[in-house]
Design a binder for this molecule. Sequence first.
Ligand code: MG
Length: 158
Amino acid sequence: MRVGSGFDVHAFGPGEHVMLGGVRVPHTHGVLAHSDGDVLLHALTDALLGAAGLGDIGQHFRDTDPRWKGADSARFVQAVLAMLRERGLRVGNADVTLIAERPKVGPYRDAIRARIAELLEVSGQAVNVKATTTERLGFLGRTEGLAAQAVVLLLESP
Ligand code: MG
């Protein structure tokens, strides 16, 4: 068994939706990012890479690479999952947390869980989606952006 953690932040910018766990969530802002700026999937990608001892998302998917301009962040997760498969690793479970005052994820939580489970090729029971605020403190509390944390457990494939 191998454990990994990931963390990501994106600032709000112009737009009317944010991508969270591969799900389009309407919002008063978008995020500033080279890719689609999906903080949950970026934190998850880093957790997967961390658990496998493969560095971080910036090493594999440079934010100056035109290939990743506006990219669907699901591609990062899928690419890393392929690396894991080559190494005989699969996901045991994943626990992701969105840290933000807004948008509220409640109405989208089930869809996010289902999409992450699909990307990780595990059942919905193996994925947990949490959300919290910073009690209006700091840059997240001032609704300047979004943050996410992820923890994953990898198992050796039988
Ligand atoms: Mg990011």
